[in-house]
Design a protein around this ligand. Structure first.
Ligand code: ADP
Ligand code: MG
Length: 609
């Protein structure tokens, strides 16, 4: 038998490698921005069209490339960043594998324009499918511009696999935000189809966080700083009461490189133990500086995983530093108060760091998490008391009466209460008790209201006509670019729910009316923000149709909460509307809404057989 092994042509090898480095437009954006950062740029502009499918362009004012380098940079394993294997253990640059440009050139049309400051003329190159089609000298500004057109044009299977433009754009925004957070001193802009989504002047980390996530974050951040022989840690964490239902705002950077690390994430979350509302995720933007010799970044081509020599020690350092910052924040309410009223800081020309904070004394040893020890100072609790742990009487498993609600067939047979005869009443402002012929029912008021509103909103979305209540004072809501995009996509449905809302300049909506059924007393802005937050949360957790997710989110937020006192009329109406629902017995999360207690069961409980 003859030999069968052949070396693949370079273009094919590059296409295969490209699959690893460039999974979607966002990966190309990341690689190009990293190159610009490595080139020492302090100004980086990113232009994107059609979610990156037709154009990704990154323009920097970095060191530029010589004529030869401009041609060489598209070769595989061509890199200026490492020269020998040992260099792999001293990596300070973002790139080092020399794979990105070669991979990109294999799967797109690329135009490179670059000039070094010291050269009179720059070079312009056109490349398609790894072939240089054109190279010519040209008068250019110093720095580099790389435009990637028609990503995956020669791999239709990959191109078809791409998601819709808004989804791809969201991934791009994610990568952009990570890099912009990691390098706050660099000026960044991001344009999508001629809209400027981000305009971030060089600034401090705190200003950058606020710039990206919104002005309200100014008062949500607590600084973290710790210097040890193993690592230096610095950055910001979010106050526990602002923790969100989604993980979106958690960032670890190791030597300025964004990484995903469940183990270190756990260290942070552990530090919040007991002071975080259930199922919520605190914000953090933390930077670990570590000797590059002690880590291995070369685990995966996308470089978002790292191996550490000293994992356990790093875990302990992070956990204790975060705890200490939280402890400090907890016992220095005056400091926070001053920060909150200091809104003018945002428009002050002085960088935030230069503003001397009010002097507050605190005991740095105080540990509010150490329950066994009575530390100094009071212990404010930023978290509302948890209702569920206070009133568990009706939830106890051993109650024989908690039956009838395991299967849906049974559910649907629940006997509607005769509200006309005996008046319903409330227990702990949380449950409604109503007499029925064979005993009584106990209704979870929040779950019931959620069910009612959910079915109502679904109907409205179907008919495209939600009742709206006009706002006396229309509010503008400014969102980060990703959220703005999301709301834009959902606009027709949001309007069908009863929101009167329109775009109002960059990243901003004006809300002139909200659905008529919102009783929660939240402001227009809060309603919209919460809707969005919950929608995103549902999006991760559930595979539901878009409209159902919206209806669900809004119902969740609009529904009355435990602790709301209801009049007898309110209760009667709630019960009537509940039993008019298609599925009165099942809550939005599939739990019971109504528990039925029969006289028979009661007799048994009282041992009167
Ligand atoms: P790596 O970044 O891993 O070295 P790349 O394929 O991303 O590999 O880039 C190859 C080389 O091209 C880099 O090492 C660098 O010398 C050069 N290069 C790429 N982008 C730029 C840029 N924006 N400015 C200057 N040089 C660049
Ligand atoms: Mg690179």
């Amino acid at each position: 038998m003859s030999d069968v092994i052949q070396l693949l042509p370079d273009a094919v090898a590059n296409q295969i490698a490209a699959g690893e480095v460039v999974q979607r437009p966002a990966s190309a954006v990341k690689e190009l921005i990293e190159n610009a950062i490595d080139a020492g740029a302090d100004k980086i502009r990113v232009l994107v069209k059609d979610g990156g499918k037709s154009l990704i362009q990154v323009i920097d004012n970095g060191c530029g490339m010589s004529v030869t380098d401009a041609r060489l940079c598209f070769e595989r394993h061509a890199t200026s960043k490492i020269r020998k294997a040992e260099d792999l253990f001293a990596i300070r640059s973002m790139g080092f594998r020399g794979e990105a440009l070669a991979s990109i050139a294999a799967i797109a049309h690329v135009e490179l324009k670059t000039r070094r400051v010291e050269d009179e003329l720059g070079s312009r190159l056109e490349i398609a499918g790894s072939d240089v089609i054109k190279q010519e000298p040209e008068g250019l500004p110093a720095g580099t511009s790389i435009a990637i057109k028609n990503l995956f044009y020669n791999i239709p299977a990959r191109r078809n696999f791409l998601k819709s433009n808004p989804v791809e754009m969201r991934h791009i925004v994610d990568e952009f935000q990570r890099l912009a957070l990691a390098h706050p001193r660099i000026f960044f802009t991001l344009h999508s189809d001629d809209n400027e989504l981000f305009h971030l002047p060089g600034e401090s980390l705190k200003q950058r966080i606020v710039h990206i996530f919104g002005n309200s974050y100014n008062q949500r951040l607590v600084p973290v700083e710790e210097e040890t022989t193993i690592i230096n840690l610095k950055g910001f964490i979010g106050k526990p009461e602002y923790a969100k239902k989604t993980r979106g705002e958690q960032f670890f950077f190791v030597n300025s490189r964004f990484i995903k690390d469940p183990y270190l994430n756990h260290a942070v979350v552990k530090a919040y133990e007991d002071i975080l509302p259930p199922d919520s995720f605190p914000l953090y933007v933390l930077f670990i500086e570590i000797d590059p010799a002690k880590i291995d970044i070369n685990v995966h081509p996308t470089k978002t995983e790292i191996k550490y020599e000293d994992e356990r020690a790093i875990y302990a350092i992070i956990q204790s530093a975060v705890k200490r910052s939280l402890g400090r924040y907890n016992i220095t309410p005056t400091l926070d108060f001053n920060q909150e009223t200091g809104f003018s800081q945002m428009i002050s020309p002085k960088p935030l760091e230069e503003i001397t904070p009010p002097t507050v004394t605190f005991n740095p040893e105080f540990n509010p998490f150490d329950n066994g020890r009575s530390g100094g100072g009071r212990q404010p609790s930023p978290i509302p008391q948890n209702w569920d742990t206070l009133y568990q009487i009706t939830q106890k498993k051993e109650m024989p009466s908690q039956l009838g609600l395991h299967g849906e067939e049974e559910d649907l047979q629940a006997e509607p209460p005769q509200t006309g005869k005996k008046q319903p009443f409330q227990l702990h402002n949380r449950y409604i008790v109503s007499q029925i012929h064979s005993g009584f029912v106990l209704i979870d008021q929040q779950a019931a209201h959620e069910r009612i509103l959910f079915e109502q909103f679904c109907q409205q979305l179907e008919n495209r006509q939600g009742a709206s209540q006009q706002s006396l004072f229309p509010q503008t809501v400014t969102l980060n670019a990703a959220d703005f995009q999301l709301i834009s996509d959902l606009l027709p449905d949001i309007r069908a729910l009863g929101f009167q809302i329109r775009e109002f300049g960059r990243d901003t909506f004006v809300v002139e009316g909200i659905p008529a059924d919102l009783t929660s007393g939240m402001s227009e802005r809060q309603v919209l923000e919460q809707l969005l937050e919950d929608y995103k949360n549902n999006q991760a957790a559930l595979k539901l149709p878009k409209r159902e997710k919206l209806a669900r989110s809004l119902a969740r937020h609009a529904a009355i909460k435990p602790g709301t006192a209801l009049s007898t009329d309110d209760m009667a109406e709630l019960i009537d509307r509940l039993f008019a629902c298609e599925m009165p017995n099942v809550s939005l999360s599939g739990k019971p809404v109504i528990l039925t207690f029969t006289l028979q069961e009661l007799s048994e409980r009282f041992e009167r057989y």
